[in-house]
Write a protein that binds this ligand. Sequence first.
Ligand code: MG
Length: 492
Amino acid sequence: MNRNLNRRDFLRLAGAGAATAVLSGCTARVHTAPEDLATHSRSNTAKKPNFIIIFCDDLGYGDLGCFGSKKHRTPNIDRMAAEGMRLTSFYVTSGVCTPSRASLMTGCYPRRVNMHEDSRGEWVLFPVAKKGLNPDEITIAELLKRRGYAMACIGKWHLGDQVEFLPTRQGFDYYYGIPYSNDMGSEQRSANPPLPLLRNEKVIEAPVNQNTITQRYTHEAIRFIDANKDRPFFLYLPQTMPHDPHHSSENFRGKSANGPYGDAVEEIDFSTGEILKALKKLNLDGRTLVVFTSDNGASGNYAGSNAPLSGNKGSTWEGGMRVPCIARWPGRIPAGKTCDELASTIDLLPTFAGLAGTRPPTDRIIDGKDIRPLLAGEKGAKSPHEAFYYYYRQQLQAVRSGRWKLRLALKRKTGRRKGEPDHAPPFLYDLTIDIAETKNVADAHPDVVGRLTALAEKAREDLGDINRPGKNQRPAGFVANPKPLILSKQHD
Ligand code: MG
């Protein structure tokens, strides 16, 4: 990466000025002397930013105080939002864990990397799965590792439980966590092995004591940050909570106004506060981008909230795939701003690549886009996506472009509202005035329906649809003889 590009990157991210200009957001005043820019540019080259992604499991759009929750006390995350930016049209690419996580790791739609469902007909991977994220994919971790980053994944992986697919084989130096969902142990499903906790590639506890899992992830995360304070690092912290069954440690159990679910959310808030405190103490605030978000919407079966959105986890309604997102980087991301432009987890790979002075892979299609202009609060910055696609398993069910969302004409196997006909005609919603998708305006906007229908057809050709392979899909990884992850007596 040459100096010109770094200088341009800096200008773009910092809104062409120093911290004062960034803080003034859309009305950035340019007053930085050229030599200052050169200094910044050099230091930017020398000191690559750290990245932290806190990725909750099944946390809904309306579950945080800063996103409207009246039930949960989330003072630390609310402060994070006040010091950073709320992204209010931030999407995951699937309503469930495995496909959503495949996208975060690869910057691609799940169908692109063939992780949209398991080979056994399940939507997500279950223990002892033959399938996993193909080791030939270049993960966000591998990309940053090549730039000299220290890498840790602490938490739920869910992209394959065979050794070939574990985080340690996908770019992370260190792994600590439960490798799949916390309801997949023998306690809930007797055919499965007891729920394992791994350190790197070894099971160190089974079944894992889930009461202390958020606490232990937090300690591990802070230990990793502390050990790598003098070099660039990437910490991926996919929390096991608040996925069912809901657990929390003694200080939080029974303390929220929303049962075990609320307790788990409030402990995640505490955990986030501890991590931000550690950054401040180590003087890393100014060079660490922290992103807090969720892997999909809240389930309709428990106490989570996707308000004011319709639908739940697993659906292609906004409540299934639009998630709360906060990005914080003091001095670089304007404080207290809200960005309502469409962005997605697939954008994090190209964005982080740019910030680390590299590029996304060029030998394959990457669906994500660089969203640095949005994060910098640049005046007039627009979503880089002409269209965003909502897939349910194999099926393309909706497309969004700008303010419009079209639910496609299809034989709906699921995601159907009560009373909705089996062969529903296309429904068009204007999300800027109808975020809850209640008023079909298709008849008034046939031109928009036509344009979005054409975009959907482009996706079908490229990524595929039910019983229709896409032209540009890549294979997932497979092993012939998967083995269960069980406690070994020889572990250390
Ligand atoms: Mg999930």
